[in-house]
Write a protein that binds this ligand. Sequence first.
Ligand SMILES: Nc1ncnc2c1ncn2[C@@H]1O[C@H](COP(=O)(O)OP(=O)(O)OP(=O)(O)O)[C@@H](O)[C@H]1O
Length: 353
Amino acid sequence: MSGLSGQVVVEQGAFRLDVEIEVAAGEVVAVLGPNGAGKSTLLRAVAGLTPMTGGRLSLGTVVVDHPAADVLVAPGERRIGLVFQDYRLFPHLSVLDNLAFGLRSSGVSKAESRRRAGVWVTRLGLDDLAHRKPATLSGGQAQRVALGRALAADPVAMLLDEPLAALDAGTRLDVRSWLREHLTDVGGPTLLVTHDPLDALVLADRIVVLEGGSVTQQGEPWEVARRPATRYVARLLGINLLPGTAAGGEVALDGGGALHVADDADHHGHVLVAVRPSAISLHAAEPEGSARNVWRGVVDGVEPIGDRVRVTVSGAPTVIVDVTPGAVADLRLTRGTELWLSAKATELDVYPA
Ligand SMILES: Nc1ncnc2c1ncn2[C@@H]1O[C@H](COP(=O)(O)OP(=O)(O)OP(=O)(O)O)[C@@H](O)[C@H]1O
């Protein structure tokens, strides 16, 4: 089996999507982006549900969309496995028959379809559910079945559109690790559209960030997390990303203020300083000691995230800081609280803009 490659151009109204895409066989690429970035449009174009207005797209050796040459392969003939956030199972069919359906429609006999569906049901750990109807399944179970149905049809490529978005937090965790295990069964390329950075970090081999119809960053998850290229990626992944100009071990920040960076690093010109929210400390009074970066700020927002609390502090620079609930109580953090911030130079990650 081989990959997905080409340039996808879709113009709809004032919006233009223009993306070079390359996903190898067996590779999982997460498409991450804000609302309206064009994620669904990209997925629909690959599926053939939205015809492209330009570019050229191949699935393996087959050109499936090439407007200039009048080539457009219908969605049903692309043999793509599609999974949506709302499952879309056939309500009148049992779990087993839902899985068999895809095989049936690709021309496999009824008996053989059921046999192969049975093999998948076991492989995916769905035996207990085989004879249930979709209406009796929980969200997590239904999404496993939807994914199983797509996999059982032996697709050339898999497209997942926000597959975990409709699930509650606990179920999302379970299905995410289940997905991680079973996405390796996909022989072809997989495109996963998601809002959730955790999905992308956990499930993908590579992340493509889409903003305003264009790719603004791509790379392996650790690369994108450690070196976010745009404010959106930085905020999404919870990292402070501060642009500025470096000279002599100091970065003058575009938004005001300055930061000392590690002395041994030789940075010049336009740079980005990445600071993890847990690398910044908050203090009621001006701190004394070794931290070379100390500045004043005013609390702008306080929001619980897991077992930590994320605090937005306006100042020069304005940053997000993660603290414990105990620190929130000790420092009486609420909107308008004035405080001091500090960050060690060694905690700052500087790289060329
Ligand atoms: N049928 C259409 N006609 C005109 N414009 C459209 C159509 N469908 C989508 N758009 C526009 O295309 C842009 C991209 O939409 P798309 O749904 O692909 O974004 P998205 O990244 O999937 O967003 P979300 O995360 O909100 O689902 C948006 O500006 C949207 O308003």
